[in-house]
Design a protein around this ligand. Structure first.
Ligand code: AMP
Length: 314
């Protein structure tokens, strides 16, 4: 039944037009766990250095995130330094300090190895592969990545694609990975390499799901103020996979609903700096926002009215 995630457990230094946060809680594994654990038990694999404020991960523990797979190594923690400009849609990496991730050899605790659901969050694709090798017979494996790894570790990433069911990435990443400017063609190219489904995240503009059965689109939740977009993608993935794992069914209907939970979680993540908003978020608040999505996107077909209007114009 369990959902295992490997990802970065990081310190982030982030600058946005609204301010700067220095060495705060971040990382793809952290955001994913914070979001997914609202829906389903999560087991985290990662490493932190001896400078990490582990007490700040207490809210994850309180939410039932299993941290047996989170190693503490001597040396500096992974530290990402990034900046967002006025439109807040594109992260500009200023520095990526791998720290203890450079020598990390993930060893999954025995209790993690029978995981049904696996999320290989944005991290070195070689580490994603090492984790996958240690899971006996997962039902669904999904992965994420980013420009840093597409550029530096493309071969390992392409090997990984052959072994996964679903890939989530943003529009710039799929263009970089496939060389296709058109997202539909890019998604097809990714699917030709293995995954049966591709989710392309489009920041504030929502996300698209591509499967053999066609395309599904979810908007971004319209927020009046976005403070810090960091972690939106990982929180999307957490809402998406957490909801899917909780339902236990993978078909197009469940994937579509998971897209809405993903988008809802991404929108909460950006309301405050770092993982601040995810800490006190309740599952009731998420369901309420999901109902808002339904209200915002529902419409009745009015073919009869259209016909009448058409004949009137003629
Ligand atoms: P996103 O959800 O795409 O905004 O991801 C944000 C998180 O990704 C930040 O908290 C960073 O710590 C983390 N991150 C940034 N660069 C990398 C990288 N090269 N590998 C793994 N994690 C990263």
């Amino acid at each position: 039944m369990s959902l295992v995630v490997v990802g970065s457990v990081a310190l982030d230094t982030v600058e946005t037009p609204f301010g700067r946060a220095e060495a705060v809680l971040g990382g793809s594994g952290t955001y994913f766990s914070a979001a997914a654990s609202l829906f389903h038990p999560v087991r985290l694999v990662g490493v932190v250095g001896d400078d990490y404020p582990v007490d700040e991960l207490g809210f994850l523990r309180a939410r039932g995130v299993d941290m047996e797979g989170l190693e503490r190594a001597s040396g500096p923690s992974f530290h990402w330094v990034g900046r967002y400009d006025f439109d807040l849609n594109t992260a500009h990496t200023i520095d990526t300090r791998l720290g203890v991730f450079a020598d990390f050899k993930p060893q999954l605790p025995a209790s993690y190895r029978d995981a049904e659901w696996v999320f290989l969050a944005n991290i070195d694709p070689d580490l994603q592969l090492e984790v996958l090798d240690q899971v006996s017979s997962p039902r669904l494996v999904a992965c994420d990545t980013m420009n840093f790894w597409i550029q530096g570790k493309k071969d390992a990433l392409l090997r990984l694609l052959e072994r996964i069911d679903l890939m989530l990435l943003n529009e710039a990443e799929i263009r970089q990975l496939t060389g296709k400017a058109n997202l539909l063609r890019g998604a097809r190219e990714v699917m030709a390499r293995g995954p049966k489904a591709v989710v392309v995240k489009k920041g504030e503009h929502g996300a698209m799901l591509y499967t053999d059965e066609g395309v599904f689109f979810v908007p971004g939740y319209p927020l009046e103020q976005v403070f810090d977009p960091t972690g939106a993608g990982d929180s999307f993935a957490g809402g998406f996979l957490g909801h899917l794992a909780a339902g236990g069914v993978v078909d197009v209907e469940h994937l579509r609903r998971a897209m809405v939970y993903g988008s809802a979680m991404g929108s909460f993540a950006v309301e405050r700096f770092s993982a601040g908003r995810l800490k006190d978020l309740t599952v009731e608040e998420v369901h309420a926002r999901v109902r808002e999505f339904r209200r915002m996107t529902h419409f009745e077909l009015a073919e009869r009215a259209g016909e009448a209007l058409g004949s009137g114009i003629r």
